[in-house]
Design a protein around this ligand. Structure first.
Ligand code: GDP
Length: 528
């Protein structure tokens, strides 16, 4: 039997964070190529438009060219098992992205050399900072003219507040791009357009002192490079593993994803230095990856991945122990044993039935709505992993049904889709309204589309007088009852049966809070 601690130690579970268009998809495809997961460069992209794939299976997604759902890709590389968790690209899906980031051990930040640090990168970085997630940086599109590398590092340091340790350094850029120097090994990797599409590609010199290098790039450029390197080595921070693991320093790489240049240097460094699964907090204790009993938590639900089967898949990140196909696990919230029969892995993004899985891996568990985001699994211990929040939505709409006879279906559809976590579903105590909350307007379109496509319900969403929502907590039964009576008009129940205050305005919320000092109003609800 494989040793759990050895298996855990060779896992690298990460996500790519970037602003749209920086090159996340392209880089993902190249990484998969190195992992042998796909044969041909271009296949990740082409799937977007041709056949449907796990990562973007929805017609709407294809129409709009966005990735609504995230997926998991696993590939072996250099004796390690790499799990890449895709994050949804569109700005409206921040909450989903947030939860994916709770399931990774590190992140890779992709920055466009011409655009530098962009707005969405800043937001994602804030999320990573909450957990001190270690981050590596890839500065992409070096084959195009961009900003000076030193400027870019300055910007990362000042805007994102993280120190930079360049590991590779570009020789030229755009038309003048000649290659990169590896600052730790001293090796020079030449950029030879058209030759970089296969795995082992560029010409490599052992150091910048190799006489052939001058012949290839010219004396003037070499002199310039020497000067620049001196400057960089004087001004930047040397790579420091501890500072990287603590999220205080980011190793930086330069390259061009579309030309598959500089990517292998990044991947080699990544599998060597990125963290293996780390201990995880629960409400009762810290769980170590090497423990022999299986534990994990659900960070994502996807309904109807396969329209033929109407299945729902809960994505569970394994935190400790070994998963074996067919084993029983303890579903902590319901207190029930669940047989994990047909769990899925995501090798090469094709769904496959998994036999075993280890800490850092993600498995997909089929279920019929019994599993929710944030649920924990164990082999009997009633532990609950922490840190997977539900945010208060910022936009609210009332569902309007075209065919009143479909009310039951509508109800079911809204409840099931909100379990995926992108939207939240509320039922006011005093009316028959079905209210949907979201963090972006696009989500209402997505839900309307899916209600029709998957549940056969024609519904639209109209404005409703709700400005914000707060989860209500109160330990004193009498105070709570009084509060309920007084504010029944503004109270509702969420999909999990929790009491929520649906405030018609910010002012109203403030007044209600001031008048009920014994009641706590929460803007996030930890899944429990
Ligand atoms: P995403 O939105 O972050 O997933 O970005 P994509 O991977 O879809 O890339 C956005 C665009 O940038 C596409 O047209 C890519 O072909 C292009 N692109 C990606 N990497 C490079 C690169 O290294 N150089 C150049 N010139 N274009 C690139």
């Amino acid at each position: 039997m494989p040793d759990v601690s050895l298996e855990a130690a060779r896992r690298r579970t990460f996500a790519i964070i970037s602003h749209p268009d920086a090159g996340k998809t392209t880089l993902t495809e190249k990484l998969l190529l190195f992992g042998g997961a796909i044969q041909l460069a271009g296949s990740v992209k082409s799937r977007k438009t041709t056949r449907s794939a796990t990562s973007d299976w929805m017609a709407l997604e294809k129409e709009r060219g966005i990735s609504v759902t995230s997926s998991v890709m696993q590939f072996p590389y250099a004796g390690r098992i790499v799990n890449l968790l895709d994050t949804p690209g569109h700005a409206d899906f921040g909450e989903d992205t947030y939860r994916v980031l709770t399931a990774v051990d590190s992140a890779l930040m992709v920055i466009d050399v011409a655009k530098g640090v962009e707005e969405r990168t800043i937001k994602l970085m804030e999320v990573c900072r909450l957990r001190d997630t270690p981050i590596m940086t890839f500065i992409n599109k070096l084959d195009r003219e961009g900003r000076s590398p030193i400027d870019l590092l300055d910007e990362v340091e000042s805007v994102l507040g993280i120190r930079c340790a360049p590991v590779t350094w570009p020789i030229g850029m755009g038309q003048r791009l000649k290659g990169v120097v590896h600052l730790l090994s001293g090796e020079v990797h030449l950029y030879e357009p058209g030759r970089n599409f296969t795995r082992q590609d560029s010409t490599i010199f052992a150091s910048i002192d190799d006489p052939q290098l001058e012949a290839r790039i010219g004396a003037a450029m070499l002199a310039e490079l020497r000067e620049e390197l001196e400057l960089v080595q004087g001004a930047s921070h040397p790579f420091d593993q501890a500072a990287y693991l603590a999220g205080r320093q980011t190793p930086v790489f330069f390259g061009s994803a579309v030309n598959n240049f500089g990517v292998q240097l990044l991947l080699d460094f990544f599998v060597e230095h990125a963290p293996a699964p780390r201990p995880r907090a629960t409400t009762t204790r810290e769980v170590q990856p090497a423990e022999d009993k299986l534990t994990g938590f659900v960070f994502k639900i996807q309904a109807n991945m396969d329209p033929q089967h109407r299945d729902r898949v809960a994505f569970m990140r394994i935190c400790s122990g070994e998963f074996r196909a067919g084993m029983k696990a303890f579903h902590v919230r319901s207190g029930k044993e669940v047989k994990l029969a047909n769990a899925l892995t995501f090798l090469a993004s094709d769904r496959e039935i998994v036999e075993t899985a280890y800490p850092g891996d993600v498995i997909g568990i089929h279920n019929h709505g019994t599993i929710s985001i944030g649920d924990s699994f164990s082999e009997g211990e009633p532990l609950q992993f922490t840190g997977i929040p539900n945010f208060a939505p910022e936009l609210f709409r009332r569902a309007r049904l075209r065919d009143p006879l479909k009310l039951k279906q509508l109800h079911k559809g809204l409840a099931q889709l909100s379990e995926e976590g992108a939207t939240q579903f509320f039922r006011p105590l005093m009316s028959n309204d079905l209210i949907l909350g979201a963090v972006g307007t696009l989500q209402f379109d997505v839900v309307a589309y899916r209600l029709k496509d998957e549940y056969g319900v024609d519904a639209s969403f109209e404005p409703v007088q709700v400005a914000t929502a707060r989860w209500i907590r109160c330990d004193d039964a009498r105070t709570l009852e009084e509060f309920r009576d007084k504010h029944a008009l503004h109270l509702g129940i969420d999909a999990a049966g929790e009491l929520v205050y649906l405030a018609p305005s910010r002012v109203n919320l403030q007044l209600a809070q001031e008048r009920a000092p014994g009641v706590t109003f929460l803007a996030t609800r930890e899944h429990a």
